[in-house]
Design a binder for this molecule. Structure first.
Ligand SMILES: NC(=O)c1ccc[n+]([C@@H]2O[C@H](COP(=O)([O-])OP(=O)(O)OC[C@H]3O[C@@H](n4cnc5c(N)ncnc54)[C@H](OP(=O)(O)O)[C@@H]3O)[C@@H](O)[C@H]2O)c1
Length: 268
């Protein structure tokens, strides 16, 4: 793509997104502009990724056709205030922040400025992320087509209604952390039983990866896939009994609802 993409912020989420756009050849390095608050981050991004570094927000805003706001939600208001009058004509401002609504974007941008709200998750780093995108009336069909061609570098893209974004934050944004806890626990058990630590993580992580692929690739109901692993009177069903006794399902549901509730309370 010959257009220019700018990133304001290059932390846990911004940096992997930039890296993926380079790896997937969606933008040439020369067409990627990045800024961050501190000199250290700007220097690190320059050294690691070789993209154009800017010191001024206005330099990015006046040049970028796509402008990703990869700062924390509580920095959005200040950053939008600084750039809203100098955003390039027809540019699309991309919000990736949890809890930032389309109403907030409209209120903090000038009339007519295009924007889109998306919710990525950290597996974008390995091209297995999920980008939830909710449409709004500032964009036309051509804009969506272009945005989808960019976002597919990060993994899957799903269109959702804005009112479902709190649920999306739980099931996609936060759930990788739940899975890491499970992988760690699975590996601890394997280590207790004598496996080496690094091998234990490999077994646990590969099992989770394989199970997730089975769900997506076969389209089978997860319960059916579970049933397939549980032989009558066998080993796996013993583990399932323990999980049910310890309220595993209920813990996951409660954790997800807690995330959605927090997300709702933080939204603006
Ligand atoms: N992390 C996740 O799993 C995740 C998932 C979904 C969505 N998100 C969203 O992604 C956004 C970024 O989160 P993060 O975890 O990447 O945060 P982060 O690691 O703290 O990175 C924030 C970046 O913003 C830069 N920054 C702060 N103020 C700035 C300013 N005034 N001008 C220019 N740059 C500025 C920081 O610069 P310095 O490095 O120099 O301090 C840093 O590079 C958030 O809105 C979050 O809701 C994150």
């Amino acid at each position: 793509m010959n257009k220019v993409i700018g990133f304001i912020g290059a932390g846990n989420m911004g940096e992997p997104m930039i890296r993926k756009l380079i790896e997937e050849n969606v933008f040439k390095k020369d067409n990627i502009m990045v800024t961050a608050k501190t000199f250290e981050t700007r220097q690190r991004i320059h050294n690691n990724l070789g993209v154009k570094i800017c010191e001024e927000l206005s330099e990015i805003a006046t040049n970028a056709d796509y402008l990703v706001l990869a700062v924390k939600p509580n920095q959005y208001e200040e950053v939008l205030h600084q750039i809203k009058d100098v955003i390039k004509e027809n540019a699309i401002v991309i919000s990736i922040a949890a809890g930032i609504s389309s109403k907030f974007m409209k209120e903090n941008l000038n009339d007519g400025t295009k924007f889109v709200n998306i919710m990525p998750n950290t597996p974008v780093l390995v091209g297995e992320g999920l980008i939830a995108l909710y449409p709004n009336d500032t964009l036309d069909k051509k804009d969506y087509v272009e945005l989808l061609s960019i976002f597919k570098a990060f993994g899957r893209v799903e269109l959702v209604d804005e009112k479902l974004m709190d649920a999306v934050t739980a099931v996609s944004g936060s759930s990788p952390a739940f899975v890491y806890v499970m992988i760690e626990a699975m590996a601890d058990a394997a280590v207790l039983s004598g496996l080496k630590r690094d091998q234990a993580y490999t077994f646990a992580a590969q099992a989770v990866l394989g199970a997730a692929k089975m769900v997506l690739a076969t389209n089978e109901h997860p319960a059916k896939l579970k049933d397939n692993v549980c032989s009558p009177g066998g080993t796996t069903i013993e583990g399932i009994r323990e999980l049910e006794e310890k309220n595993f399902r209920s813990a996951i549901i409660d954790a997800s609802l807690a995330v959605a509730k927090k997300s709702k309370s933080m939204s603006k």
